[in-house]
Design a protein around this ligand. Structure first.
Ligand code: DX5
Ligand code: ZN
Length: 220
């Protein structure tokens, strides 16, 4: 089993010194940088907009994995693409025509991801799988860091892994929410290849970041 890529969620970083924290987590071995964008409407929390993504861009050359929890989302795609997003992930509930949204992301030259909330079934992907670059299985209800992993999502990860293998293209299977060393292993065994981790990446401050990421990857 290959070690998963780790995408630390900056939701758990120090917002007062975000640039330095992104540099530190990058140097500690983060593969991607996960950026959670929340609108206080689609999810009950507010975070950051494209201006912050743009300001962070010079601080890391790693892929910016931008998770948009915004509805309606379409009118924001261009701004996040221009700000430096590499992967843009949207929820199918965040607009009336998710297929068109995916086409718009790809039209901007970015990788397109679909996020599945805990109650959203894998079959939502049936007519999208050939158009996307990433599936994000939410293992918590989106809105906040530090929540507990919802174990029923392991079955969904297994189902999505089968769909991806059948599609026969390179599509990342990422899991987001409640990832720690134990759940990281369960997700990887179920077929995930990218893990988002906020709390578990930034725990203990910059001196701990490298050890945190190494542990999440399951490397002894
Ligand atoms: C939740 C976000 C997650 C969250 C993960 O809405 O999408 O990325 O920050 O945080 P942890 O790893 O602390 O569960
Ligand atoms: Zn996220």
């Amino acid at each position: 089993m290959a070690a998963p890529l780790i995408s630390p969620s900056i939701l758990s970083a120090d917002f007062a010194r975000l640039g330095e924290d992104v540099r530190a987590i990058d140097a500690a071995g983060a593969d991607w940088i996960h950026i959670d964008v929340m609108d206080g409407h689609f999810v009950p929390n507010l975070t950051i907009g494209p201006g912050v993504v743009k300001a962070l861009r010079p601080h890391s050359a790693k892929p910016f994995d931008v998770h948009l929890m915004i509805a309606p989302v379409d009118s924001y795609l261009e701004a996040f693409a221009a700000a430096g997003a590499d992967i843009i992930t949207v929820h199918p509930e965040a607009g009336p025509h998710v297929h068109r949204t995916v086409q718009a992301i790809r039209g901007l030259g970015k990788k397109a991801g679909i996020a599945l909330n805990p109650a959203t079934p894998a079959k939502t992907l049936d007519y999208l799988i050939d158009e996307i670059d990433l599936v994000l299985v939410m293992s918590v209800n989106p809105g906040f860091g530090g929540q507990s992993f919802i174990a029923s999502q392991l079955r969904k990860i297994e189902a999505v892994r089968k769909m991806i293998d059948k599609a026969g293209r390179s599509i990342h299977l990422e899991v987001d929410g409640g990832i720690d060393v134990g759940t990281a292993r369960q997700c990887t065994e179920a077929g995930a290849d990218v893990l988002v981790a906020g709390t578990a990446s930034f725990r203990g401050g910059p001196d701990q970041y490298a050890a945190n990421i190494t542990a999440l990857k399951g490397i002894d």
